[in-house]
Design a protein around this ligand. Structure first.
Ligand code: ZN
Length: 201
């Protein structure tokens, strides 16, 4: 099988040092965990994400939350109904992952954390070269965020124990698509935090 040959090689290559990383957390919001679009599987990534974010802050990596902050009538409502309305409790990051001083939050009205949010400029001004994408959903906002990161020239890592979706199949589909189309590298938190860093940001 080609895949059994290729994937170990890819994995070997990506264990080279992460280059100027930042962590992006997508939609770990009240509405996406317990609210309008409640997703019970998201509970499983809260503790791992908290550890990853703690490790990132210790290392001086930028931590950026990309949060749905919709206006009434946004196009996504056609598919999902009203959710994460700007300024509402449902649009707030869950308390367990509350942003720390120095973290950044970017409101978004579309799936991608890069679309009309200012995230790209923020990362570029800090010399970020690799984005570690986390949160939910793997096949929706995580995928679109990873895609825009790829198109903008960033290297993309997916934190496999910090990403989820409504179903394991959707999660696997999203991760596989990002691997194949964006060269995203799936790494566990332990692998991310153990990986040598070429330079700080
Ligand atoms: Zn939305």
């Amino acid at each position: 099988m080609v895949s059994s040959v290729v994937f170990p090689l890819v994995r070997f290559c990506v264990m080279e040092p992460l280059s100027r990383p930042a962590v992006i957390v997508a939609d770990m919001l009240v509405d996406f965990v317990t609210g309008a679009l409640a997703n019970p599987p998201s509970q499983a990534i809260i503790a791992p994400l908290a550890l990853l974010l703690s490790g990132a802050r210790e290392r001086g990596w930028p931590v950026c939350y990309v949060n749905d902050a919709h206006l009434p009538g946004d196009v996504e409502e056609r598919l999902w109904g009203p959710h994460a309305l700007a300024g509402s409790v449902g649009a707030q990051v869950i308390p367990e992952l509350e942003p720390h001083p120095g973290d950044m939050q970017f409101g978004k009205r579309f799936y991608s954390g890069f679309h009309q949010t200012g995230l790209d400029v923020y990362l570029r001004q800090r010399g970020v070269e690799t984005v570690i994408v986390t949160g939910q959903h793997a096949h929706i906002c995580v995928q679109h965020t990873a895609g825009d990161a790829f198109f903008a020239g960033y290297r993309v890592v997916l934190a496999t124990d910090g990403v989820t979706a409504f179903t394991p199949a959707d999660n696997a589909t999203g991760i596989a698509y990002a691997e194949q189309m964006y060269g995203a590298v799936p790494l566990t938190n332990a692998e991310i935090l153990a990986t040598p860093i070429t330079s700080g940001t």
